[in-house]
Design a protein. Sequence first.
Lengths: 98, 103
Amino acid sequence: MTKSELIEHLIDRHPELSVKDVELAVKAMLDHMTESLANGDRIEIRGFGSFSLHFRAPRIGRNPKTGDSVSLTAKYVPHFKPGKELREQVNESIEQGL
Amino acid sequence: MSSLTKADMAERLYDELGLNKREAKDMVESFFDEIRESLAANEQVKLSGFGNFDLRDKRQRPGRNPKTGDEVPISARRVVTFRPGQKLKDRVDAYADTRSETA
């Protein structure tokens, strides 16, 4: 499912809202989530999962082409941990033969 | 450090888009339901800019009960993994920069 398919589904599900409102809502929600992580905040969605930042220590890397070593600075990467409900539903899809 | 919740997201839709409180709450609920339903149907979710939710099938592997030390097989399972998109990675990188400036 792509973002535009997600928007289509939400439009079908919310006939009380205009197409424009649904499009803006999806953009606003993703921007809000991005902003929170960019501020170093966590996201906690019960039943779905949580997003947080994981720290990556600085390290010496190598340019795979030349073999030269390059020092890589410390960084943060977004991490998602699925919630119990999502984990169970996804795992059950195996048994349903999907 | 604070956490963003569904209630915060609904509040934003109310403030910025003028949805009423009920509509805002329902929209946030539906948004995560749709993503979850897609993943539960073994269909990947791609939200450009934000990231992709992928599914991976893991084979059964040997494990242990950490309390008793007994060997118990960990059954085959399907798991969700998240790969952040470029825009999200860039925005989070910018956070690391502000941290190193203040450190």
